[in-house]
Design a protein. Structure first.
Length: 149
């Protein structure tokens, strides 16, 4: 994972809190969040935020290799981590708001199994902070995320 204990995690937490406190647009918060995660976690090939729309997960902002996105999309009951191939794992954290799952943060990584829980913990911290942004973050009026300015 190449994330230094506490220092990088605390820096990411501070940067995320500053972003949330200063940016009123939910989609910008979610886009910046995926970029921050991709930069902070050097072993992550792809990270994306899925939001619920009509009970289904829809991919919102993502960062990393376009080939890294899970196909098919994950489900709301996806386990926190699962092996995708011999060296690729998919790690996830649910995004909940007021007790309801409103999204899922997913990261694809080649991190060793003993480091994966640390990434999941980080994803859970991020999920807690962005939950209210996922309520409106997906409402793009039917326009695909990559086409939203």
């Amino acid at each position: 994972m190449k994330l230094k204990p506490d220092s990088d995690e605390e820096r990411l937490r501070r940067e995320l809190d500053e972003l949330i406190g200063s940016e009123p647009e939910a989609d910008r918060v979610l886009r910046a969040t995926t970029a921050m995660l991709a930069q902070a976690l050097s072993s992550v090939q792809w990270v994306g935020i899925y939001v619920t729309e009509d009970g289904e997960l829809e991919l919102g902002p993502a960062a990393g290799s376009k080939d890294g996105a899970p196909e098919p999309a994950p489900s709301l009951d996806q386990p926190r981590s699962q092996l995708v191939s011999n060296d690729l794992s998919e790690l996830a954290a649910p995004v909940t708001y007021d007790g309801t799952v409103v999204g899922l943060i997913v990261a694809r990584t080649e991190t060793a199994a003993d480091e994966q829980q640390r990434i999941v913990d980080l994803l859970e911290m991020v999920a807690e902070r962005i939950s209210s942004h996922c309520l409106v973050g997906w409402d793009t009026g039917g326009v695909e995320w990559e086409n939203v300015s």
